[in-house]
Design a protein around this ligand. Structure first.
Ligand code: ADP
Ligand code: MG
Length: 586
């Protein structure tokens, strides 16, 4: 072989691509090693053979068409084609020559597969993405939308492709959205939230990312990703509203509120606290419980007890106690404490509500006094009468003493007993004038009741009422405030007398009930009460009497409750009334 030709062949062998040449009749004139390898044939085997007979399948494929084009039109061709008998993608370049055709080719199956995969990969990333993905041209017209985007706003792909995004943005977010879009067009990715309009008119809160869509270094549009955050937004808004409500409830509450944190220090104090106790928030925040200047020393033990309760997760509800004002004065309060738990149920501090009842207590006392004074006034007539009787008797006997010296001693006994009676009546009357300090003592209820009846006897007689007593002789001792209980009994007896304007019987029973309770029963034959009166009973100033105060029942009930007792009322119009007072026995 010619030396120059040999060189040429050597070069051809070194070409890394497959290479072959055919003559005008499509017979192989040359085929390099790489080509033989790629085609799974030997060089010797193919030389001189016809392309289309050796590779008949290629006739139906792109190869046939393209090679003919190269030869017929005398132009080079390049193409990618799949050769099915070898399951191979070839990248082919063919050049026409005066003698036929020379062909370079290489196996691009791997690259081809990858790119197909990549394409499918991206396609599924777009199609299957749970977030809405879409693209716009520079004018904001939709170029593509994925199924999630169709679901997000309810438009079909077709409908989107005829629109810009503008009409789908809530009016008040339009300017802002456009602004972000323009920055994205300028090449900078934007992320923001706005309100989109669903086809059905509802508002969808979305978190949007806009990225420039860059092809060949040029921004040709904008990519978008939108996440539906409506439910997140709603729960955030609900939480915000709740927090705001709670804050406003605390701050604007009429009662003083203190919140303690986990460490036992004050973390929040409301306006009412400042108003009630005279301390400023700044002076109180961060103080531990026992440094609080509002705790008087005499309630320290109680505070300790409550603290222990709350730390165990218990509540303290409306406990009556005292606190100090900054000026040193005592404030009566109703104290409520609630433990605060975090989301997983652990102690996270506690809240304290202090209701200032100083004024309320004063008016309670005033009402109690009003009732007492009124009773005193009403009793005065009867009592005057009652005192006049013994005095008349005394006068008479003293006159007799002057005339009849013999009966002397007998008269003196009578005088003494009548004077004792006056003393008794007067002392009972004075109960009502005594101050309101509650002092507990062990007292026999039978004795208390006798004394009260003595006081009211004359009133009963004046009204034709007979008081019948049935007292148990068993234990009738009770730990009580004598004067307060007397006030209760006076009220019930007076009510009974007043309920029997034409006279009648009032039965008063004192008997043991269960093991540890005493039942005091007042049973009259009076006018009774209508349902209306019964339902209003205990409201201050509710009275059906011309000269009534309407305070008696309320005060009596409160006194009995202070003694840990109960009151039960049974009454029917014209059938009389029975009042049962139940008190714990000493
Ligand atoms: P007051 O006696 O000043 O009216 P109370 O609080 O003692 O005030 O009583 C309220 C009302 O309850 C009375 O006005 C009366 O209508 C009714 N009431 C109380 N006790 C009796 C009773 N034993 N029988 C009938 N009505 C009664
Ligand atoms: Mg009364």
């Amino acid at each position: 072989m010619h030396a120059q030709l040999e060189d040429a062949f050597e070069i051809l062998e070194r070409i890394t691509d497959g290479f072959f040449a055919v003559d005008k009749c499509w017979n192989f004139t040359y085929i390099n090693k790489e080509a033989a390898r790629l085609l799974f044939r030997s060089q010797a085997d193919l030389i001189g053979k016809n392309v289309w007979t050796e590779f008949p399948k290629a006739v139906d494929l792109k190869f046939h068409e393209q090679y003919h084009k190269a030869i017929n039109e005398q132009v080079p061709v390049t193409f990618d084609a799949y050769f099915s008998p070898l399951s191979t993608w070839f990248d082919v370049r063919a050049y026409p020559s005066p003698n036929g055709l020379t062909v370079y080719f290489r196996d691009v199956t791997k690259a081809k597969r990858e790119s197909v995969q990549k394409e499918q990969h991206y396609k599924s990333l777009f199609q299957q993405n749970p977030d809405a993905v879409f693209s716009f041209d520079l004018k904001g017209n939709y170029l593509a939308v994925n199924p999630a985007m169709e679901r997000l706003l309810g438009y079909s792909e077709e409908e989107y492709l005829q629109k810009t995004f503008e009409p789908m943005v809530s009016e008040d977010d339009k300017d802002r959205t456009l602004h972000h879009y323009n920055i994205a067009v300028g090449g900078t990715t934007q992320r923001y939230q706005n309100k989109a309009l669903h086809k059905d008119g509802s508002i969808i809160h979305v978190d949007v990312t806009n990225m420039p869509l860059i092809v060949n270094n040029e921004v040709i549009g904008v990519y978008g990703i939108a996440k539906d955050i409506t439910s997140k937004k709603k729960s955030e808004d609900a939480l915000k509203a709740k927090t705001y409500q709670l804050e406003s409830f605390i701050e604007n509450n009429g009662d003083a509120i203190l919140i303690f944190g986990k460490q036992g220090k004050v973390i929040q104090v409301n306006q009412a606290f400042e108003n009630t106790f005279g301390w400023f928030k700044e002076e109180i925040i961060d103080l531990p419980l026992y440094k609080l200047p509002i705790i008087p020393s005499e309630v320290i033990d109680e505070v300790k007890k409550f603290e222990a309760m709350v730390k165990k997760g218990h509540y303290v509800i409306r406990s009556e106690t005292t606190r100090l004002h900054k000026d040193g004065s005592t404030i009566n309060v109703l104290l409520s404490i609630s433990p605060i738990k975090d989301a997983i149920g652990h102690n996270d501090g506690w809240s304290v509500i202090l209701k200032d009842i100083t004024e309320w207590k004063k008016s309670q006392e005033m009402m109690q006094n009003t009732e007492k004074l009124s009773i005193a006034g009403q009793l005065a007539a009867g009592i005057a009468h009652e005192i006049r009787n013994p005095i008349t008797a005394i006068k008479g006997f003293i006159q007799l003493m002057n005339s009849d010296i013999d009966g002397y001693n007998e008269y003196f006994d009578i005088i003494i007993s009548e004077i004792k009676r006056i003393e008794l009546i007067l002392s009972e009357l004075l109960i009502l004038a005594k101050p309101q300090v509650k002092k507990l003592e062990r007292k026999d209820i039978n004795v208390l009741m006798d004394q009260v009846i003595t006081l009211l006897d004359s009133q009963a007689i004046l009204n034709n009422v007979e008081i019948i007593t049935e007292f148990d002789t068993e234990d009738t001792y009770i730990q009580c405030d004598e004067n307060q209980l007397k006030q209760v009994f006076i009220n019930y007896i007076k009510n009974a007398i007043e309920a029997m304007p034409k006279g009648g019987k009032l039965l008063i029973q004192i008997k043991q009930r269960d093991e540890d309770k005493l039942n005091i029963c007042f049973k009259d034959e009076g006018v009774g009460m209508t349902i209306e009166t019964l339902s209003k009973l205990g409201q201050p100033f509710y009275t059906t009497k011309e000269n009534g105060t309407g305070l008696g029942f309320m005060i009596s009930k409160k006194i009995i409750e202070n003694h840990l007792g109960e009151v039960h009322i049974m009454s029917e119009p014209n059938q009389g009334t029975t009042i049962d007072v139940i008190l714990p026995l000493e």
